[in-house]
Write a protein that binds this ligand. Structure first.
Ligand SMILES: Cc1ncc(COP(=O)(O)O)c(C=O)c1O
Length: 389
């Protein structure tokens, strides 16, 4: 009865796990949450204060569809601090990276065009392509290549129907960056095919060590860049992000944004002006350091328990963990861990099909005490299930 496209969209397993987790919590049990893909910290206080002021001052009306010039200017300054020149005119403010993906899919893809994506990868990528009648074409990515496509895999996957590729750096669920040489070569290949390369940089700023490049724009200027205030800036629920696009794409994209969204959230845009100020940046940097400490704690704890982490991530707040030694398919592992020990992790199945049965994603968006409790419970689980470590 409803559209075929909507029927093709699968729900996330993690949502069912979350539902079950909240049932345990309602029954008075403590659940350790390793499944949540958003920072556990509240939005930094200077941003909240700026929002309160904006609302009190009546900044609650539609803005320009491209976003307020002051914020586009701040984003341009953010790149300029990285040594990258991005004119504010090339920036369009969106409703999170999700709004950016909606606009980019609408702008770049016609029905029956193919969009290259990675498997594993962010699950919704597939849906943005399908909703405009295009076809997602997954490239299975290998642990030995740090879960990023090689140029050979990329060019072999590119067919006459391919119009664009969507890659992420750092990526979800693996946290790895696409090496600069590969990014340059893939962008050149896409351009040669008269196609487009979209680079999702939503985890930019959340690197554990020095980033191999501050933004893909330092490597190649003609990329379609997706970014968001959700992760590094801790503003998931504000629904604010941005894209940087080549100059010729701004007018058609703004036209689409006018029609689809009218404008991005006005108070959130005024709040985000404060996100780049020194006091807010100091808070974000502090949180990033906390994520890096948690990453080490969780990684070492899981390795001690016999799990394999084939690729140590460059950033984001995820570990993509091989659970083969348990002999359990990832879905069983996740449900049993939740039902018997109240530890929630996301099965690989939510991110694709390639070896997904052997992987789960741990998000360390929870504090060190909870990580410690989670590790103790996983140890109990392995003992109870007779799995050596
Ligand atoms: C890789 C990636 N892209 C895009 C998004 C969408 O984020 P938002 O719409 O909150 O900016 C997410 C959210 O988890 C993500 O992991």
């Amino acid at each position: 009865m409803f559209s075929a496209r909507s029927n093709e969209v699968s729900p996330f397993v993690v949502m069912q796990l979350l539902q079950r987790a909240s049932e345990y919590e309602n029954a008075g049990k403590t659940v350790v949450h390793f499944e949540v893909g958003e920072p556990d910290f509240a939005t930094a206080e200077p941003i909240v204060a700026a929002a309160q002021q904006a609302i009190a001052a009546g900044r609650t009306k539609y803005t320009s569809a491209q976003g307020i010039p002051e914020l586009r200017q701040k984003i341009s300054g953010f790149y300029s601090n990285m040594g990258i020149e991005v004119a504010p005119d090339r920036v369009l403010i969106t409703s999170g990276a999700s709004g950016g993906l909606t606009l980019l899919a609408s702008l770049l893809l016609d029905p029956d065009d193919e969009l290259l994506i990675t498997d594993p990868g962010y699950p919704c990528n597939d849906v943005f392509a399908r909703l405009v009648g295009a076809r997602p074409r997954p490239i299975p990515v290998q642990a030995q290549n740090r879960f990023q496509p090689t140029l050979a895999e990329f060019s072999a996957a590119w067919t006459a129907q391919t119009r664009a590729a969507l890659l992420a750096s750092p990526a979800n669920p693996t946290g790895t960056m696409l090496p600069a040489d590969d990014l340059a070569a893939m962008a050149a290949y896409a351009a040669q095919q008269e196609g487009f390369l979209i680079l999702d940089e939503i985890y930019q700023g959340l690197n554990h060590g020095p980033s191999i490049y501050p933004s893909g724009l330092a490597v190649r200027d003609d990329l379609f860049i997706l970014n968001s205030f959700s992760k590094f800036f801790g503003m998931t629920g504000w629904r604010l992000g941005w894209v940087v696009v080549p100059p010729e794409a701004i007018a058609p994209m703004t036209k689409l944004a006018q029609n689809l969204f009218i404008s991005p959230n006005a108070p959130a845009q005024y709040a985000a002006l404060a996100a780049f100020d020194d006091d807010a940046m100091a808070i974000h940097e502090q949180r990033k350091a906390t994520f890096a400490q948690r990453a080490v704690m969780l990684r070492d704890g899981l390795l001690d328990l016999g799990f394999q982490i084939p690729v140590i991530p460059d950033g984001a707040f995820y570990l993509y963990v091989d659970i083969s030694h348990t002999g359990m398919p990832s879905m069983d592992f996740c449900w049993q861990l939740l039902d018997q020990f109240q530890v929630a992790v996301t099965p690989g199945d939510d991110f694709g099909e390639h070896h997904s049965n052997s992987y789960v994603r741990f998000a360390y968006t929870t504090n060190q005490q909870a990580i410690d409790l989670g590790l103790q419970r996983i140890k109990q689980a392995l003992t109870a299930w007779g799995i050596g470590y």
